[in-house]
Design a protein around this ligand. Structure first.
Ligand code: GLA
Length: 691
């Protein structure tokens, strides 16, 4: 609410306030992002001393809307170039529009016909604030938009600010690191046209002392699945801003006369509950405001990729489906290799009709078989791609991104279709729509296996648009397919976890976390993933041992218990699993079905004690602990695991043993796990709060 005689506003959430004020130069300053303040308290922010204005030094980065203009030497979230070459903005505050759950500031340039709207949205049940920009060219000449960050969050001054980020690569996604923020600008992002394995659009800032369970944490995430950039800037006196936006340098957008540019949402969160508190706030926000069917627990899927790769017949798929159904799986997903001339990775991408040798009667018989087993049927597609050896490419060689006089670099013998072209987007939509209309397909795994190269669009008026319009058209196709096929559920995959972000999660039901299914590596990947993304969307397969990628041999229970911390699935070659393994697998699948609502919809707490780690999920009266220990040291006994979020006065019954524990003891001394002393020991423990 604005104060009557000032230009100050607070965006309030249940526990926090983000306070901004328009100063005498019409700049939007970030004054407070922390505990909730009353109006009177927020107004007192205006009385705090300001650091002196020293133009030679530059400014302290404290503007919520960082528009490039005089003396703004740091990172500017908003940068344009007008047709006459002018780059500086002089924004004039026009109005603030308040609505239910939202606040919008309108600025217009003092001279040029540019309107800038900064939009916030808050929710009654979440400390996450959403922010986006809308730019409108009210003139006739084009305006070049060099940078339009969705949000520039102003973090209060901290002693030794620290940055948490998720980095990685293929097979090693979402690795969490925390480093002291250096002075100047730290930039992470993707120039690949896709979210990327190398960096995920999520960061957290703390004062260097936050722990899992306590301390102040400021976190931001960008809801965008194309190229992106997050700039973390520490000014001379330690102030930090975090600016997040789509696009990458040197890409700019030409905004034509009358045109509007909407940025994606950047979401921001402050908590005093430490890193795990921040993570669970993101998870709760995901369930309440991001994913399409939040109350629906995900089925246990079987995916055939690691079992067969490209070498299979329809009959092979049916036999795998038989085994998967016997184990208790609920959704059978046929992966790559079913369409066009796709019997290896050299041909067929782009031709989304069943391979006539493998499926002489179409997909119908397989789908009928799978449905007959009581499972849903899912299928793999990679619609943004084409193999040069395909009917689609032979008919439309100009439909891929390319530049004149440049080679067309292939990755895995494939090129990227120019989805920014409306005709290409229409074609892709039509092919998928036909596939889904002609067949009873319940689930699609939508893959994207290579980054952009030579990203050109010969003949286009503004070829750089492709970096934005590719993602927009991808979203539009997904939205349209979902609307027309309401029972369809979609998994986002990009060579594993290369497209995991809050943009894709608005229109998909789960993501494929990593092609690395080694349980030990997965513990680290899942820990990083969980900083922002909920267990409800984290696809986790149990595969063969030794693992095909790492060659590590890991016992079946350990593999299952690690995968049970997310959306459990099976991806091994069930044709070679022994009867004993199949039977144990079925028991573990049944265990998972009991704990699934708690894991997928509950609150997550990371657990660690010495060589033992794990996760706890809690929902209503149910508490689930999944714990694992790869190796003991010096034959020391396993430590107890302290649990979190329990009622100290309540008692909790171990559903397996019947033993009753006091909440106070579980919290301050811990839970005895009874792990096998051998390596790769693991446990699943279900506790129920007694009335
Ligand atoms: C990617 C995916 C895998 C599998 C293959 C199929 O690598 O991440 O899960 O679908 O493509 O080619």
């Amino acid at each position: 609410m604005p104060a009557p005689d000032t230009r100050l506003w607070a965006i309030d959430t249940p526990n926090t306030s983000y306070v901004v004020a328009v100063d005498e130069h019409d700049r939007l300053r970030g004054l407070h992002w922390g505990p909730r303040l009353s109006r009177e308290q927020a107004l007192a922010l205006l009385e705090l001393p300001e650091s002196p204005f020293r133009p030679v030094v530059g400014r302290e980065p404290r503007f919520d809307l960082g528009a490039a203009s005089a003396f703004q030497y740091g990172h500017n979230g908003l940068q344009v170039r007008f047709a006459d070459g002018t780059r500086d903005l002089e924004l004039v505050f026009t109005e603030a529009i308040e609505s239910e759950g939202g606040l919008e500031f309108v600025f217009t340039d003092r001279h040029y016909p540019l309107e800038v709207r900064a939009r916030y949205r808050n929710h009654a049940d979440s400390d996450v604030i959403e922010r986006a920009l809308t730019l409108r060219n009210n003139g006739t000449e084009p305006i070049e938009v060099v940078r339009a960050d969705s949000a520039t969050w102003v973090v209060p001054a901290l002693d030794t600010p620290r940055l948490s980020q998720l980095h990685g690569e293929w097979g090693a996604e979402t690795q969490l690191t925390r480093t002291t923020i250096p002075y100047g600008e730290t930039v992470i992002g993707s120039r690949r046209g896709v979210t990327s394995h190398q960096a995920n659009p999520w960061v957290a800032v703390d004062d260097g002392a936050a722990t899992e369970t306590s301390g102040r944490v400021w976190s931001t995430a960008l809801a965008w699945s194309g190229s992106w950039r997050i700039t973390v800037e520490k000014g001379p006196t330690g102030n930090v801003v975090v600016s997040a936006g789509f696009g990458h340098d040197p890409i700019a957008i030409r905004l034509g006369g009358g045109e509007t540019l909407e940025t994606p949402i950047a979401a921001g969160l402050h908590t005093e509950r430490g890193f795990a508190g921040a993570a669970s706030a993101w998870h709760e926000y995901t369930l309440a405001h991001v994913i399409p069917h939040p109350d629906e627990v995900r089925p246990i899927l079987y995916n055939s990729w690691e079992a067969t790769e490209f070498d299979f017949t329809a009959e092979d798929q049916m036999r795998l489906a038989d085994r998967a159904a016997a184990m208790g799986c609920e959704l059978f997903v046929m992966d790559d290799g079913w369409f066009g001339a796709r019997v290896n990775d050299r041909a067929g991408l782009g031709d989304w009709t069943p391979n006539p040798d493998r499926f002489p009667d179409g997909l119908g018989p397989l789908i009928k078989h799978v449905h007959g087993l009581g499972m849903r049927f899912g299928i793999w597609v990679e619609p943004e791609m084409v193999n040069p050896d395909s009917d689609l490419y032979r008919a439309h060689p100009d439909w891929v991104y390319h530049q004149p006089h440049r080679r067309r670099s292939e990755v895995r013998q494939q090129l990227v279709l120019n989805l920014a072209r409306q005709d290409v987007a229409e074609h892709i939509h039509a092919q998928l729509d036909e596939l889904l209309s002609d067949n009873e397909i319940d689930f699609v795994k939508w893959d994207m296996n290579r980054p952009f190269t030579e990203a050109g669009w010969p003949g286009a008026e503004d070829p750089d648009r492709l970096w934005f319009d590719h993602t927009r058209n991808l979203y539009a196709i997904l939205d349209r397919l979902r609307a027309d096929h309401p029972d369809l559920r979609i998994e986002s995959c990009s060579s594993g976890g290369g497209r995991v972000d809050f943009g894709i999660l608005r229109r998909t039901d789960q993501v494929w976390t990593s092609d690395n299914t080694d349980a030990l590596d997965r513990i680290a990947i899942q820990e990083g993933f969980a900083q922002a993304y909920a267990a409800r969307v984290m696809g986790a397969w149990v595969t063969d041992s030794p693992n095909p990628l790492t060659r590590r041999a890991v016992p079946l229970d350990f593999r299952f218990h690690v995968a049970m911390a997310g959306v459990l699935a099976v991806g091994g070659d069930l044709r070679i699993w022994s009867d004993e393994e199949q039977a144990r697998g079925a028991e573990l699948v049944a265990d998972y079905k009991r704990i699934r609502p708690t894991v997928q919809l509950g609150r997550r707490y990371p657990l660690r004690a010495g060589t033992v780690s794990g996760v706890q999920y809690a929902k209503d009266d149910a508490v689930v602990v999944l714990a694992w220990r790869a190796a003991r040291s010096f034959a020391y006994p396993d430590p107890l695991l302290k649990l979190h979020g329990l009622d100290p006065d309540a008692r909790y019954r171990d559903e397996r043993t019947g033993r009753v524990h006091h909440g106070a003891i579980l919290a301050s001394h811990g839970l005895e796990l009874g792990l096998d002393p051998a390596d790769y020991a693991s446990a699943m423990i279900e506790l129920k709060r007694l009335p």
